[in-house]
Ligand binder design. Sequence first.
Ligand code: T3D
Length: 262
Amino acid sequence: MAAGAVLYEKRQDVAVVTLNRPEVLNAFTPAMLGELSGALGRAGDEGCRALVLTGAGRGFSAGQDLDSIKDDYQRGGPDFVALLRDGFHPVVRRLREAPMPVLAAVIGVAAGAGLSLALACDTRIAAENARFTTAFTRIGLVPDSGMAYTLPRLVGMARASQLIAAAAPIDAATALQYGLVDRVVPAEKLMEEALAQAESLARGPTRAFVLSRRLLDFAQEHSLEETLVLEAQLQAEAGATADHRNAVAAFLRKEQASFEGR
Ligand code: T3D
């Protein structure tokens, strides 16, 4: 594992990517976002079949590092377009287009763009001590890094509007009740549980998982007719995988299917 603002570890078929600036609750600088993007790409290059995104120390991430951009305010203000275009947006795309299922393991606080990145993952497991805040409007900004896309889809428009306007922290139990996270576990068990879930996903039909994500995302924005067209294409793609053929053969033999992600 190479030390840096983002740690990368391959544990058999599972990549573990850890945000690693614990002294500032893993707040993001542009360089760190570049490292994160690189780590997500590396997991794909190395054929990982599931990925866990987590944070070192007592938080998941506090979003944009506000200290790192403070001097920009003396010079007319940060270049928000560049910060998003070159920093956060490539990471959001990497997460939504990852060639494997991606699980966020949230310890402590997830705020601002830190929460946005957790929401861009396929699934979220939270420690009992997790806290979630949209944070953006607290500093007079709009939600970014995809939050306006992901949050209403997870919790509904009314609740998303409330969470963005109030920007008050909610605890893990409330996040579970809202559908913001899928599971809450004791903090000391978070990584063990996250890895077990990721290993289980990695043993599954990972191509079908990834194609399903693409179809679900597409269906949010397109008509039923358009979705039916894409579903047929993606089903043809899934149906041509060895995983599909082997699973059908195993079913017919009344055996348990095993999947290889191809
Ligand atoms: O600019 C652009 O690129 C546009 C994109 C924006 C995306 C965004 O993410 S905007 C939102 C930015 N984030 C925030 O506004 C959150 C700011 N942080 C907080 O409100 C609080 O720190 C938390 C609620 C997240 C946690 O509170 P708490 O009490 O648990 O911890 P703390 O004591 O406030 O923070 C611990 C340390 O982390 C502290 O440093 P210190 O005093 O020990 O030296 C604090 O300054 C530092 N820290 C926390 N968040 C950030 C940060 N340093 C830099 N940037 C941060 N975002």
